[in-house]
Design a protein around this ligand. Sequence first.
Ligand code: SF4
Length: 323
Amino acid sequence: MRGELAGDYGAPLFVAWQLSNRCSAACLACCEESGPDKAWKDELSRGAALDLAQRIVEAQVPYVAFGGGEPLAVPHCWDIFDLLSEADIAIKIETDGRHIDEAAADRLAALAVQCIQVSVDGATAATHQRVRPGSNFNAAITAIERLVERGLTPQITFVPNRLNLHEITATYDLAVRLGCEAFVTGPMMRIGRAATNWEQLRCGDDDWHSAVQTLREHARTSPARIGLSIYPWDILTEMKRRLENPQAMLLIVPNGKIKLLNALPFAPADLRKDSLARAWRAYQDAWRAPEVQAFIAACQAWPALLRHANETWTMGTEPARAP
Ligand code: SF4
C-alpha cells in the first residue's frame, strides 16, 4: 500500500523549501540559525526560484511547505505561491506573522493556503519576545486575527523550553481564543541555534512529560476544543526513524541544494544543476549510504555532532570531525 515513504513514489510527495535563511528575528531555539544577517551568499535568485517552482509543478508534487528563515520576507515568495496555487498544489507556510498585514492576509486568503503556522512561544509578550529576540508578539497575534477574519485556519506552533514551558497551557488557551485550528508542539530540536543554546534552554524530560500530560488533560476538558498536535520524537529519535523509513519528502535549502532532513548535513543533489528526478533518486540513494548511517549512529552517541546539522556536505566528502 502506498503511504508517506520515499520508496512508494516516483517523485516526492511533498517538498519543504527554505527560500532564504534570512529572518528579522533571531530566536534562541531556531533550528536553522536564521537571523537578520544570516542570508546565504548563494541563495537562489528570483529567476532560479521561479524556474524551480515550475519544475515542481511539472513533477506534480502535491504539497509544498515553506519554512524558515522567514518565507514571507522574500519578495518573490508571492510569485512562487501564485505559480503553485494555479497548479492546485497545496501550500503550507511557517511564519512569525510580522509580514501578514491586511494586504498579505487578503492574498493568502485568495490563494486558499492550506496551512499557515504562526510561531507563538508564550502566552505573554514578555515570554514570547524573550525566547524570540527580534520577534513581535502583537504582530503574531494580529496576523492570526487577520487570517481568522478571512476564514483561514491558522495554527500556533510552540517550541517548549526552560523559558516558556510554564506558559504552554496558557498558550494553548490563547490559540483557542484566537480561533486557531490547532496548537502544535513537540520537543525542542537540538539543531541550529537551539543546539548552541542547548544547555541553557532544554527542559528536563520529566518536566516535558509532565507538561504534556497537563496539556492533554487541559485540552480534553476544555469547553472549546481545537486540534492538539504533540510531536512524539526528539531529533535523535527522528533521525533513526527516518533512516528506517525515509519520508517521500525533499528538503530544499536556500541555495537549491537538497538535504535529507534538517538535522543531517548531507546534500546529495543540487537543483541548480540536477533535475528534480535525479535529485529524487539521489535522495533515496543517500539514505542507504554508509556515511549517512554512520553519522546518525554517531549522533546517538555524541549528540554534540548535531552542531553540523545546518551544513551542506557533498556526499562522499564530508569533513573529518571530532565529537
Ligand atoms: S525560528 Fe523562525 S522566526 Fe525565529 S529566527 Fe528562526 S526562522 Fe526566524
